[in-house]
Design a binder for this molecule. Structure first.
Ligand SMILES: [Zn+2]
Length: 327
């Protein structure tokens, strides 16, 4: 039912076909066929390449990102169509710079009505509905060809990753565990300033079902307090470490303001994918997990990991949407 067919291929090329001609079409050619489009060479950062040293640190703040993304630059004063073409050309140049096989697809606008999120069948706990416990789910119900990117833990704090995602305009949601992020909350504040949501992944990343209710409450609710203090808001979204939980987990989470407990349907590593389902495929609305990991954890950087993620989802005709828009 979800096999990749001709329609998917058409959709994958939509961004280029829609614009059709002119500079944007040339720039599409630059990525898809390897020829050098004029827009790519005009982009101020195109000589640098992702690995080149950058003067700005990851604490440079949103102004730095605005420079990177070219906002307020040559697109000012253009018609909406010309601005769209210029933005597409910018994305094409960015995809080329980060060595993606294709330009990532643009997600549809957020839904006017949010879908009803319920616990995935088989993932409920006793009294799930009666006590209105946060649902555990792996997929958002949607007809759109979108997936959601979630990134966990927080040990690797790679400024190139921040730049890449900002450059390519890819939304994601971070689940943070305090013991891994407390040495550099600033990195995640920068991420937050770019519009990404920071969520709760406990204080110490324990196997929660092995803890008492009170211990679980400490792990989850004390992390809520830390996130409020460090990032200015208490999350409503929580992910249990390893995807393991019991009724106490969801009761404890609910007691301190958690409304959703998404886990994942696929996990992407720097060198392979793993799937929850036997069909080994992406589905509409799937939540994809990866981790803040770098060369000390696996054979590559976060940028390499994201390249693997983006190349597959784009090739199969999926756009990356923002999870919070659907919750
Ligand atoms: Zn984790």
């Amino acid at each position: 039912m979800r096999a990749v067919g001709q329609n998917d291929k058409k959709q994958a090329g939509r961004g280029c076909l829609a614009l059709g001609r002119g500079a944007a079409a040339l720039a599409c050619c630059a990525v898809l066929a390897g020829c050098a489009g004029p827009d790519a060479s005009r982009h101020p950062s195109s000589q640098a390449g992702p690995g080149a040293p950058r003067p700005a640190s990851h604490h440079a703040g949103p102004d730095a990102s605005r420079r990177d993304s070219g906002q307020g630059g040559p697109a000012q004063g253009l018609t909406p169509q010309a601005r769209q073409a210029a933005e597409h050309a910018r994305l094409v140049a960015a995809a080329r710079r980060w060595r993606l096989a294709q330009v990532p697809l643009t997600p549809p606008p957020p839904p006017e009505r949010k879908p009803e999120i319920t616990a995935r069948a088989g993932f409920e706990v006793k009294h799930q509905e009666d006590w209105d416990l946060p649902p555990v789910f792996t997929t958002i119900p949607t007809e759109q060809k979108i997936v959601f990117l979630t990134i966990d833990d927080g040990s690797e704090k790679d400024p190139e990753f921040l730049r890449m995602m900002q450059d390519l305009k890819i939304p994601y949601t971070a689940f943070l565990s305090n013991y891994l992020v407390k040495d550099d909350y600033g990195y995640f504040r920068t991420m937050q300033s770019y519009g990404h949501t920071l969520n709760n992944h406990t204080l110490h990343h324990p196997y929660l079902p092995g803890l008492s209710y009170e211990q679980q409450k400490t792990e989850i609710c004390d992390m809520q307090d830390i996130m409020e203090k460090q990032f200015g808001r208490r999350p409503t979204v929580f992910r249990p470490p390893y995807g393991n939980y019991n009724q106490d987990t969801l009761r404890a989470a609910r007691s301190c303001g958690i409304r959703y407990a998404p886990i994942w349907n696929e996990e992407v590593y720097v060198d392979h994918w793993e799937y929850r389902e036997d069909d080994q495929k992406l589905h509409r609305g799937d939540i994809v997990l990866t981790h803040f990991r770098g060369r000390s954890d696996w054979n590559g950087t976060m940028v390499d990991d994201m390249r693997r993620f983006l190349d597959k989802v784009t090739r199969e005709g999926y756009a990356v949407a923002r999870l919070e828009d659907y919750l």
